[in-house]
Design a protein around this ligand. Structure first.
Ligand SMILES: Cc1cc2nc3c(=O)[nH]c(=O)nc-3n(C[C@H](O)[C@H](O)[C@H](O)COP(=O)(O)O)c2cc1C
Length: 319
């Protein structure tokens, strides 16, 4: 059975700059989810979200916007906004695990509040013609939460439910709970997507064997760590292309230049790239050393020098 690979959203990483460069240099992703839109106090779509969803910078990508809220008015406002840009689907984040979010009843903290979920979905479906999909965890506190939520979700024509197979309270610690995900498959009426810890072709194949009925797999951190991963999964090979590091360098330089243009001054660009290197370093043969070299680079000149040295070393060690 054919399968689809989806880029799981990572706030601060999978914006239009990353998405376009990933597609240009590596490919393999069928659909990208944009990082969530969230309101602070005012119901205003921040400039960074507006830039990210602008159709003019997403021309060759399939992108699905996402919202994180526990407020029906906010949900409807975002639906109208994304529809005004031409998007047909809105993904709802019921997965974020951060205490600031869950304590205010959003993200994975909303999974147990089935009444509120019901109310928001009821309004979205009775007042608009948007397509809704969900991205959620198994629960915040325990895995029965998602099974209870399914009873409500079954009432609505959701496109799909993507499940990161962890609990909110785990944050990113501990393993994914494959047994609990299987229980979801056993009872779900909706199409489920698998998400969690796909970081290699081997890991992907394991998940595919484990869940033969699943046809959609979302990759989050693994895609940033190694943007070649989806194309290698599709080619079913654990081998990178022979010019791996040349391609990676071109990709790196492309996003660097674009972020440098958008951000003002040496500190923001350094922080932005350091965030990426936390993931990129994981695919190098000496992650700790690579990350340290980037962290140490105190100005753009030193940063570029450190990057050049890293690529030379990688080529020597993994030609
Ligand atoms: C830094 C960071 C930012 C994230 N931002 C989002 C987000 O905006 N929306 C969302 O649904 N999930 C977000 N996630 C969760 C990921 O999309 C994904 O569900 C999770 O990392 C598990 O998948 P993975 O093991 O393939 O990374 C974020 C995760 C991280 C680490």
């Amino acid at each position: 059975m054919p399968f689809k690979l989806l880029s799981s959203p990572l706030q601060g990483f999978t914006d239009f700059t990353f998405r376009n460069a990933q597609q240009k240099f590596f490919g393999g992703i069928d659909t990208f989810y944009a990082p969530y839109i969230r309101f602070n106090t005012k119901m205003i779509i921040k400039g960074s979200y507006q830039r990210d969803l602008n159709p003019e910078v997403n021309t060759s990508l399939t992108v699905i916007p996402q919202v994180m809220t526990a407020d029906a008015e906010h949900f409807l406002f975002v639906i109208k906004y994304i529809q005004s840009l031409g998007y047909k689907e809105l993904n709802w984040n019921l997965g974020c695990p951060y205490p600031m979010v869950t304590k205010s009843g959003m993200g994975s903290g909303l999974i147990c509040n089935t009444e509120k979920i019901d109310h928001i979905l009821d309004r979205a479906h009775s007042e608009t013609d948007v397509t809704v999909s969900l991205k959620m965890r198994l629960g915040y506190e325990n895995t029965t939460e998602i099974l209870d939520a399914f009873k409500i979700l079954d009432k609505y024509p959701l496109k799909n439910i993507a499940i990161h197979a962890r609990l909110g309270k785990q944050l990113y610690k501990g393993g994914v709970d494959l047994e609990a995900f299987q229980k979801c498959i056993d009872v779900a009426k909706h199409t489920l997507y698998y998400n969690g810890d796909i970081t290699s072709v081997e890991q992907f194949n394991k998940m595919r064997d484990h869940f033969p009925s699943i046809q959609h797999f979302m990759i989050g951190r693994g895609l940033i760590a190694d943007p070649f991963l989806p194309s290698m999964i599709k080619a079913d090979t654990a081998e990178h292309p022979t010019n791996r590091w040349e391609i990676f360098k071109e990709f790196h330089d492309t996003i660097y230049e674009q972020y440098d243009e958008m951000l003002s001054g040496p500190v923001p660009i350094k922080m932005k790239m350091l965030g990426f290197w936390e993931f990129f370093a994981r695919s190098t043969h000496n992650p700790h050393k690579v990350y340290k070299a980037i962290k140490k680079a105190g100005n753009p000149h030193k940063y570029k020098k450190a990057v050049d040295e890293i690529f030379v070393l990688q080529k020597q060690n993994h030609p």
